[in-house]
Ligand binder design. Sequence first.
Ligand code: ADP
Length: 178
Amino acid sequence: MTLVSPPKSSTGEQKGWERVPRVVCPGSFDPVTNGHLDIIARAAGVYDEVVVAVLINVTKQSLFTVDERVEMLQQVTGQYANVTIDRFHGLLVDFCAANGISAVVKGLRAVSDFEYEMQMAQMNYRMAKVETMFMTANPDYSFLSSSLVKEIARYGGDVSGLVPDLVLGRLRERLAEK
Ligand code: ADP
């Protein structure tokens, strides 16, 4: 008779984690969309503390500065007492270690997200035992990305309902400056 060996991964308690962890929702948020907000709000309903971390990527051209993105996120998540906004550069696992974060929460929109996200999740676990929790995107927003919003808005398309009203106004202002 073959015995099934127990899983080799250690439990959260063995790793010394709190039972209800602080999680991070990382991303560019250039700008925050209703798809992002949906994931943040749902994560806030499940976890004790949610840190939304804006990636500082100096090589990628962005429409909004990191300060502007952080400020917009602060405004639109103001109603969630357990959500805070931060920023990071370099490795996400280092940000997690520095902030006592044991898991990443990511939204999965479509199969196209899956391959990259799985690779990142496995690498983050391998590097630092940081877990990744996937939430399926709200079907109302599963086609939505910041880049698509910017492209549509740039050509005068209507993006109301896809981003918070505050962001709608900021998008109009920023694109009018260009
Ligand atoms: P994008 O520019 O594609 O919107 P971000 O880097 O700002 O990407 O997004 C950060 C994370 O937010 C993504 O990895 C994904 O997990 C999640 N996300 C982005 N858009 C959506 C959406 N419409 N629905 C659910 N999750 C989303």
